[in-house]
Design a protein. Sequence first.
Length: 368
Amino acid sequence: MDRGGIETMLMNYYRHTDREKVQFDFIVNKPKPGDYDGEIRSLGGNIYLSPGLNPIKYREYMKFEKGIFDANPDIKILHAHNEAMGLYALNGAKKSGIKVRIAHAHNTRIERDYKWPLKMFCKKFLTSSATELWSCGRDAGIYFFGKKNWERHGMIMRNAVETENFAFSGAIRADIRKKYNLENKTVIGHVGRFNIQKNHKRILDIFHEYLKINSDAVLMLTGEGELEDDTKRRARELGIAEKVLFMGLRSDVAELYQAMDLFLMPSLYEGMPVVGVEAQACGLPCLFSAEITDEVVLSPMARRVPLADGDTKWAEVMSDLLTCGTDRSCGAEIVKKAGYDIKTEAKRIEDLYIRLSEGEQKWKNQNA
């Protein structure tokens, strides 16, 4: 439970759920302590460490889950968030007699790494192991469950945020920009794990091209990950290292958005990125790749550009967004009206959990 997109979404819901009615426990698959572990325990949640998702340990995983459910008969729902590999948890719950099993899609592609064959195998059986098919958005649901299954049974659980926390503040903006010597600078920002999906190499290339238009620009990259060193090396190769701020893993991302002037996200694929919702709540002009679902466009100041378009085109669109002017104070209200305010969404999901646990029929076409 580190500060990734899925984990942050879960914590947003957990904090705003009436825990006298619905409590969350977490099964995690890696022994490394997570950033949210302390908060989870303070809110009354348990954290269970599984044997891992190695196929060799499948039987051990089934036994592990049965032990949890046998010891905790109050558990009524299994909600799996690790997409294709969620099959382990779903099957364990099915074998243990858990009647409500939710498979949740968060992305529109499975990365072709060494686990790809296993993930594609598991993906085929999600719909037969789950009783409910949920997703962060339409495209992710169709990818993981198939169009027919999604149209019949799909339900969107929005990646909602605390809109008030991200609302634009001129005072916070001034403080953060002063702290990092960003006065009179144009700050291009990105928040995301340093991995293949987030496409940091392309971020640097686009920014390098934008510097030809505006030499006073700075790139702020927030997050950590396995490709961070490669990204720093690429910045040095392009001769822009002094223009790039590596902010690391942060708990004050809401404040960092305030300092930015534009949010840049040329991801190779996404379901419905939480950071895209946060950035728009802060009133930022946002530039996304067209490979990200069109559902991400909540604000009139958000645009999508195909990755096939060159860096020059991306830089020109950035310049257009930055020079057309925007009232950032409207961002939080725009996101709230689009249905991505966590207070409203948490209550809706809380009610769904309760009604499902009480044995009501499967929920269908709950995408409004």
